[in-house]
Unconditional design. Structure first.
Length: 84
């Protein structure tokens, strides 16, 4: 899939396919701050989530569990990665 920054900037949703898992990302189409760059960085975030699953499937145990490094605040709408 070729990523076109100008097309992504106006997209409301983006689906990232990670093996058998589909991650659907959405943004508010009425926001004045739509993110063509955010969509591209979402691929890096999804790859980060996919790493432990691939290691487990391949019989390898990574140095750290990625899931322990990710925290989703129940009262917020963002994901915090390793910043605490």
């Amino acid at each position: 899939m070729r990523l076109d920054r100008w097309e992504l900037q106006n997209a409301d949703t983006l689906t990232v396919h990670l093996g058998t898992l589909d991650v659907r990302l959405a943004q508010d189409p009425y926001s004045s701050h739509l993110g063509g760059y955010v969509w591209v960085s979402s691929f890096a975030l999804c790859s980060y989530f996919q790493s432990p699953e691939e290691e487990e499937r391949n019989g390898r145990d990574g140095d750290s569990d990625t899931r322990d490094s990710v925290r989703l605040d129940a009262s917020s709408t963002w994901i915090e990665l390793g910043s605490w």
